[in-house]
Design a binder for this molecule. Structure first.
Ligand code: FES
Length: 254
């Protein structure tokens, strides 16, 4: 009897949260573990390219020699760009070797930050901000429009390898919510870019996808023609004049 009551209540909660068993979203726990596969195991060779080896030297030189491990994030980022947007276990092991730490020290960083992808992504990896301000302004509908248009589930790659859709936490553009960012791996680590598209609508994100598919560059930033950058729609309502400079004390006479 108790089990039935609990099961009924869980079903009610799930329905109220719209988390049906058929939901198209897969949640981030799937990104936190590793199982060896034919294309992702520690026996596969991986090393930084000749050009990136120079960048590795430069990155490591920014840190004291006894704190090389502080370079872990920029090195993982470089490895991810080189590998087309994701980090196989051999790439993480290569980073561990550079900074002279046990591989687990690198794994724990790569599995903590959602900007590191542990499985293949599309050449254009579309990340929908899922944090509260964007969610209130319709990020679920934005994600649904992308998944439906591309015919994939979250974190799946389209058959042509061009697109994937993931989720990201707040990217600091809440004033222009909802927003997505596009990690563009189409030009390798040399031409890598990371672009924000703000004030998006379900229709606009589909247009952005189609522009990227054609090799065009959709204009970044706000997609609302009535807004300039982060200003209010229709123009400024305050701060019309030049702000007064702060009063300065005459330090010599203090
Ligand atoms: S909540 Fe989406 S950018 Fe801050």
């Amino acid at each position: 009897m108790l089990a039935r009551i609990v099961a009924t209540r869980l079903l009610e909660i799930r329905q109220s949260l719209r988390l049906t068993p058929q939901a198209s979203r897969s949640f981030s726990t799937s990104l936190n573990y590793h199982i060896d596969t034919a294309d992702n195991n520690p026996d596969l060779p991986w090393e930084f390219s000749a050009a990136n080896k120079e960048k590795v030297k430069e990155i490591v030189s920014h840190y004291p020699s006894n704190y090389k491990q502080s370079a872990v994030i920029p090195l993982l980022d470089l490895a991810q760009q080189q590998h087309g947007g994701w980090l196989p276990v051999s790439a993480m092991n290569a980073v561990a070797k550079v900074i002279e730490v046990a591989p687990i020290r690198v794994y724990e960083v790569a599995t903590f930050y959602s900007m590191f992808n542990r499985s293949p992504v599309g050449k254009y990896h579309l990340l929908v901000c899922g944090t509260t301000p964007c969610m209130i302004r319709g990020s679920r509908e934005i994600e649904d429009a992308l998944l439906k248009h591309l015919g994939v589930k979250r974190n799946e790659v389209t058959k042509d390898g061009l697109f994937s859709v993931g989720e990201m936490e707040c990217m600091g553009c809440c004033v222009n919510a909802p927003m997505i960012t596009v990690a563009d791996y189409s030009k390798g680590s040399e031409g890598y870019t990371y672009n924000y598209y703000e004030d998006v609508t379900p229709k606009r994100v589909v247009e952005i996808v189609e522009m990227l598919r054609k090799g065009e560059k959709p204009p970044r930033g706000t997609q609302n023609p009535k807004r300039i950058n982060c200003g209010p729609e229709g123009g400024n309502t305050t701060l019309h004049g030049e702000p007064k400079p702060p009063p300065c004390r005459d330090l010599d006479s203090c």
